[in-house]
Design a protein. Sequence first.
Length: 188
Amino acid sequence: MAEALKYGDKIHLQNAYNTWGGGYLDTNGGSSANGAVYGVSTADSPTRGAGTGTWEIASAEGKATGTMVASGDLITLRNLYSAGSYLDTNGHASADQKKAGAKFDVLTAKSDDRGTGTAEWRIFAQTSTPQDTSVHIGDTVHLWNTYAGNGGFLETNGLGPAGGKYDVCTNAYYNRTGNVADWRVSRA
C-alpha cells in the first residue's frame, strides 16, 4: 500500500515532460516582479541547491498538519530555499508561452496571501492505489491555481534560466501536450 501524503510533508515534484525528463520544480534566481522573491523553473536534480527543489505542503483550508491530503484539496507549497517562499502566480506568461494557451508566470512570494488565490493550488491525483481519495507518495498530480477563479494548471513551457531546465507557468489546458502538466510526488 502506498504511503499517503500528509500536510507538513516535504516533497519533490518531478515533471513528466519527455518521459519524466521535465525536471524537478525548483526556485532559481531572484525576481524583480512586484511581491516576488524567486523565479521558478525546473532543474535536473531535486537538490540543485540547498532547499531549492524541496516544497512543504500545507492546507489552504485550515486542515491540521499530519492530516492526509485528499485529491481536490486546496493547498499551498512553501519552498525551503533560504527563508522560504510560496509558489505563486505573478504577472502574465510570456508572449511565446501564450501562443500555447499559457496564462500566468509562476514565481515565489514571501507569503501565501500576496494576492487572492495567487498562492493557492487545487491538487488533483490522476489515480491512486488504493483509491481512497487520498494523494499518495508516487502519485501523478495536476496543480490548478485559483487566482481570479481560474489561474490555470502548473506546467513546463519553454527553456528555463541558467542552471534551470524548463520555465514554469500556468496554462488554460490541463495538459496541452506531452504531459507538461503532470507532476510526480516524491518524499524529500
